[in-house]
Design a protein. Structure first.
Ligand SMILES: Cc1cc2nc3c(=O)[nH]c(=O)nc-3n(C[C@H](O)[C@H](O)[C@H](O)COP(=O)(O)OP(=O)(O)OC[C@H]3O[C@@H](n4cnc5c(N)ncnc54)[C@H](O)[C@@H]3O)c2cc1C
Length: 282
């Protein structure tokens, strides 16, 4: 006799931020779901996100906002500097009371955010090493074929499987488009404290946009976005080449030495680049 396919009411594809947040949102409402993740464990690599007030409202709704607040510094201010001249072109005080209260901005470490969401989910809510390879429909039921040969039948399928989503492909959504820009990112770790104020510093112009912001007392997140040219081919071949490329670009501008030192301080394993891609909404 053929083994019966497993069945679930709600399946979420992908245990990234979107998948875990969707699962936790359902859990808080008393609704069970199963998250299928292709990797053998939580993909907690990466660096950080500048997380604004609207994101904190979402995290509060999931009851993890305060945990994230405890782990990260609140940014007081923004300073935007023209990279070509060193002039301050914009300053904003986040502590001032605006129409909707003060702006809450923190630079949240990706690993801590993923872990905070995962910890709140009930045991067994995430099934790792479970890559969805194809989707078919049987009436209202979605039949999910997994890479390990198993089959799962789901009443509801929620696609949170990232930029190369199989769910989006199955739905016939447009392919993500390339913005023409790439982003290099890194994290500088200072075990004895970095001593920087929690200010969001940005450098614009001169062919790039770059910025940095402390996450907590020991980590500073930075990014560098640019439009790669033929000339830049191969700069992302290794972390050391990429870091050198970013430093060379910044050294040719009026970005201050203390900002360059932050990037220089990043471990090689803590520097990565990726093309910035965008999926248009439905
Ligand atoms: C490892 C990593 C590091 C990142 N670091 C940063 C950063 O430092 N700063 C920043 O601004 N952005 C970063 N990003 C991008 C950022 O996390 C995402 O753009 C954003 O969070 C969108 O999240 P998401 O949950 O929609 O998608 P993702 O975060 O891409 O999550 C999708 C998940 O689905 C899983 N998946 C994919 N296909 C399948 C399948 N067929 N079956 C089952 N599971 C599948 C993937 O393994 C992944 O865990 C990173 C992304 C990743 C994956």
């Amino acid at each position: 006799m053929q083994p019966k396919d497993a069945a679930e009411d709600i399946v979420i594809a992908g245990a990234g931020l979107a998948g875990l947040a969707a699962a936790l949102g359902l859990h808080r409402k008393g609704v069970r779901s199963l998250v299928l993740e292709s990797s053998p464990s939580l993909r907690a690599s990466g660096f950080a996100f500048t997380t604004w007030k609207n994101a904190f409202r979402a995290l509060d709704a999931l009851w993890v906002g305060d945990k994230i607040r405890e782990q990260h510094l609140q940014a007081w201010a923004l300073r935007v500097v023209a990279s070509a001249t060193g002039e301050i072109v914009r300053e904003a005080d986040f502590t001032k009371q605006g129409k909707r209260g003060p702006l809450e901005i923190r630079c949240v470490r990706r690993d801590l955010l993923l872990q905070a969401l995962e910890e709140e989910l009930p045991k067994g809510a995430i099934r790792y090493s479970s890559k969805i390879v194809s989707i078919e429909e049987d009436g209202n039921i979605k039949i999910l074929q997994l890479a390990d040969g198993s089959v799962l039948r789901a009443k509801v399928l929620i696609g949170c499987d990232g930029i190369n989503s199989v769910v989006a492909k199955w739905l016939g959504l447009a392919k993500p488009s390339y913005s023409g820009r790439s982003a290099a990112r890194g994290l500088a770790h200072y075990p004895d404290g970095h001593g920087f104020e929690p200010k969001f510093l940005q450098f614009v112009g001169h062919g790039f946009r770059s910025g940095m912001l402390p996450c907590n007392e020991t980590d500073i997140y930075w990014f560098f976005t640019w439009t790669p040219s033929e000339h830049d081919k191969g700069v992302d071949e290794s972390a050391s080449k990429l870091k050198q490329f970013v430093l060379d670009k910044l050294r040719g501008s009026k970005v201050p030495e203390e900002a360059l030192a932050v990037i220089d301080k990043s471990e090689m394993s803590d520097v990565l680049a990726a093309p910035l891609r965008f999926r248009p909404p439905l």
